[in-house]
Write a protein that binds this ligand. Structure first.
Ligand code: PEP
Length: 253
């Protein structure tokens, strides 16, 4: 399927790194380095960094995202942040269903679906993470796992809302481990996800949906991974904390 029909999105996921002042300094350094990028450049930052990041990114081609969103509109959910709050703070993107949220914060396919719908209801560009564990890969159920995760996450999402959906294929065994999926493995599973989208919404939507790869993408392996027909960008953890490395990835996007 032709890549020209969809946007390449290179998104950093800072996780619980960077204070607000470090975020601001980082973005000011990064901005001129990625100013001529051909792809969409996104930084998903900790909630407390959002005001500083939005301010530092003003007038640049860097878009700011959040790392999570709560599924309720408002109410007694101590410590949570709603989609309205994110939009009001100037956030454009949000990650949902990251494997660390699934692993450490009891996120399930059902709550990922609820968060996805909450984010889409406020027109946030929503990066939905799916991916198999090492055990699941060894059991030969990668296809079934990511297909199920994708289908459940997209339950109730309309064809119109698919314009704001990005799927990130993130094999759990490759996140923060230094073990990267081979470019062919990434391409194969991103293609499987595209097939699931085609089954749900038709070929035109599948062709237009950005499917990223994430899992130890770095300055050295980005070119090969991003050259694959089904890999439309990256979700990048560790390497998004270094301006030089992130810039190399962006230049390959
Ligand atoms: C991630 O956190 O989504 C990720 C892919 O991390 P890393 O690049 O460090 O593997």
């Amino acid at each position: 399927m032709d890549k020209q029909f969809r946007k390449t999105v290179i998104a950093g996921n800072w996780k619980m790194n960077m204070t607000p002042s470090a975020a601001s300094a980082f973005i000011k350094t990064l901005a001129p380095m990625v100013a001529d990028a051909d792809c969409e450049v996104v930084l998903c930052v900790p909630a407390i960094d959002i005001p500083a990041a939005v301010d530092a990114a003003k007038g640049t081609n860097i878009h700011i995202g959040a790392e999570n969103v709560h599924f309720e509109e408002k109410g007694a959910y101590t410590g949570e942040i709603s989609a309205d709050m994110l939009v009001d703070a100037g956030v454009e993107y949000v990650i949902v269903g990251h494997s660390e949220r699934r692993q450490y914060f009891a996120e399930t396919d059902e709550t990922v679906n609820k968060r996805t719908k909450a984010a889409l209801s406020r027109n946030l560009k929503t990066i939905v993470c799916v991916g198999e564990t090492l055990t699941q890969r060894e059991q030969g159920i990668t296809e079934e796992t990511v297909s199920l995760q994708t289908k459940i996450a997209l339950g109730g999402v309309t064809e119109e809302q698919m314009k704001n959906i990005i799927i990130a294929y993130e094999p759990v065994w490759a996140i923060g481990t230094g073990k990267t999926a081979t470019a062919d493995q990434a391409d194969e599973v991103c293609g499987i996800i595209r097939g699931v989208i085609a089954g749900l919404y038709g070929e035109a939507v599948a062709k237009a949906t950005t499917v990223q790869y994430g899992g130890s993408m770095n300055a050295k392996n980005a070119a090969e991974l991003l050259s694959k027909v089904n890999v439309d960008g990256g979700l990048i953890g560790g390497a998004s904390l270094k301006t030089e490395d992130f810039t190399v990835i962006v230049k390959n996007g």
